[in-house]
Design a binder for this molecule. Structure first.
Ligand code: GLN
Length: 547
């Protein structure tokens, strides 16, 4: 048996649940895995997760949100796949960059070591050098936790995923039985006459086995629950007991997946197989808050206009989620109305004007900025509750400079280096840095909040710690002029402006940071709660009259 790599202390006894996907991507295996994790933490276990992304990018920082969805930002500044956001929200944990293992990170590290002469003249190979590095990363991320869920991105059979699955195969041999489970999530399609078909599942399990992996649990994603006959067939062909085959039917709201998984008994089965049942809290003592929160009755609904560049929910996933959390906390449904900032049609304008609140989220690049500025102006002039996030904050400064402070031609130097008034610009200390990556402000920083401000009320104190991902800042040379014209910077760190508000507006708030990344079910983000509260207030003051 290979020796355990460094960093692994078998006496700690972490349990591992590996999750692979078959048939096709986008099955929601991450949500299935995160839901199982939620139930284990409800039962009293300390659960963490690792997401494996078999792409060559070192991290997701450079990826286009239109292809990959939003870049999620961790507290340590890691720019990662949006799945990590789902784990943080479902498990209510803070992860670090070490919890996202990519092909790029692994190869970069191994090649750097090779260049440094660490391999003493050996031939450096995928097996064992890359696979050892993968196993080391997984073990280190799991250390000290009871259970670590490891999701392998992509689909079994992809060339990119092979080194990871090989590492997994070795991992199985290094683990004691009962400390490891392999869950395979596949698609169960329907034939024309409505019959559930198991052949694709059979094929993907065959693929797994050809690389030496035998799944312990199969989860079938289908429109409905799996028929008993379907489960029996999958069990027979895939060599697992029938009670190791679980349904995971489509549900309207992903927050209901933990409830489905619980009803199916997947968590129970996992605990039994991992010998955790004795250590689990008794059923009546388990944490029930998730279920209570997501099944509560809501009354009424609010329409929030999201003014952005990509007509794709995943591109602004954490903003959608943060709105949902705030809605759950206030017991209202939140409908997000999409407003295309780049090509604002009459329909887009109609949605903007019909909305109870407006959000301008983060972004990079000039496309759509004018539409966002127009939307901000509308919200400011009409008294519609407004929240600007990162680029939304910067454009609120631009809009105010142009239309209130009389600074014609105000802009961000990101979009026009020769702007007459670069009210948003690179700070002087950043001018010298040549590598743009080096100038990005990433991760969690503390912000000082002015007492007696709306921000202090929202955060319930004079400081907050939120995550950042930006390069440009409010230009210190313009702060006096903007403040004299009535803009209030109520949060700052040294000479960096972090929160803005307008005192004579029902709710006009901008944040240089991204509060959406720390929002959780049951712990909604303060600026989002404030936005909904202001919208609810306005409804009470002028209830809509039904025609
Ligand atoms: N593009 C802006 C900057 O770099 C805002 C970034 C963002 O919204 N995340 O500062």
């Amino acid at each position: 048996m290979p020796t355990a790599p460094t960093g692994y202390d078998p006496s700690l006894g972490e349990k591992f649940i590996f999750v692979t996907g078959g048939v096709m991507s986008g099955l929601g295996k991450g949500i299935t895995a995160a839901s199982t994790g939620r139930l284990l933490s409800n039962a009293g276990f300390d659960v963490t997760a690792v997401k494996i992304d078999p792409y060559l990018n070192v991290d997701a920082g450079t990826m286009n949100p239109f292809q990959h969805g939003e870049v999620y930002v961790l507290k340590d500044g890691g720019e990662v796949d949006l799945d990590l956001g789902n784990y943080e929200r479902f498990l209510d944990i803070d992860m670090t960059s070490d919890h996202n293992v990519t092909t790029g990170k692994t190869y970069q590290h191994v090649i750097e070591k090779e260049r440094a002469g660490d391999y003493l003249g050996k031939t450096v190979q995928i097996i064992p050098h890359i696979t050892d590095d993968i196993k080391r990363r997984i073990r280190e991320a799991a250390q000290g936790h009871d259970v670590c869920i490891v999701e392998v991105g992509g689909t079994v059979g992809d060339i990119e995923g092979m080194p990871f699955l090989e590492a997994l195969r070795q991992f199985v041999h290094e683990q004691d039985e009962g400390d490891f489970l392999l869950t395979h999530v596949t698609l169960v399609p329907y034939s024309k006459n409505g019959e559930q078909k198991t052949k694709p599942t059979q094929h993907s399990v065959k693929e797994l086995r050809s690389i030496g992996l035998q799944p312990d649990i199969l989860v079938g994603r289908a429109d409905d629950e799996l028929d008993p006959e379907t489960k029996r067939k999958i069990a027979l062909f895939c060599d697992v007991p029938t009670d190791a085959v679980f349904s995971n039917p489509d549900v309207e709201d992903i927050y209901h997946v933990p409830l489905t998984v619980e009803e199916e008994g997947l968590d129970q089965y996992v605990m039994e197989q991992l010998n955790l049942s004795d250590r689990a809290l008794p059923a009546d003592e388990r944490d029930n808050r998730w279920r209570e929160l997501v099944t509560q009755e809501t009354s009424g609904s609010l329409d929030v206009a999201l003014v952005g560049k990509y007509a794709l929910e995943d591109a602004y996933l954490s903003v959608h989620e943060a709105l949902k959390h705030a809605g759950l906390e206030r017991g209202v449904d939140v409908n997000v109305l999409w407003v295309d900032a780049e090509e604002m049609t009459a329909d887009d304008r109609g949605r903007l004007k019909g909305a109870d609140a407006v959000i301008v989220p983060g972004g990079f690049g000039v496309r759509g900025t004018q539409g966002k500025i127009d939307a901000i102006r509308y919200a400011r002039e009409e008294g519609t509750p407004f929240l600007g996030l990162c680029l939304g904050f910067q454009l609120a400064v631009v809009e105010f400079a142009r239309n209130v402070a009389g600074l014609e031609g105000a802009y961000s130097s990101e979009f026009d280096e020769a702007a007459d008034h670069p009210v948003v610009a690179l700070l002087p200390e950043q001018y010298e840095v040549e590598d743009m990556g080096g100038t990005m402000r990433l991760g969690a920083y503390e912000t000082d909040i002015e007492p007696d401000s709306l921000a202090a009320e929202l955060y319930g104190g004079t400081s907050c710690t939120e995550r950042h991902r930006h390069r440009y800042e409010v230009n210190p040379e313009y702060i006096d002029r903007l403040e004299d014209a009535g803009l209030v910077f109520s949060g700052k760190v040294n000479n960096r402006m972090e929160i803005l508000e307008l005192p004579d507006h029902p709710y006009f708030v901008g944040t240089q940071f991204h509060p959406e990344f720390r929002s959780r079910p049951g712990r909604a983000s303060p600026p989002f709660l404030g936005l909904l509260d202001a919208a609810l207030d306005a409804e009470v003051r002028s209830p809509e009259v039904d025609a």
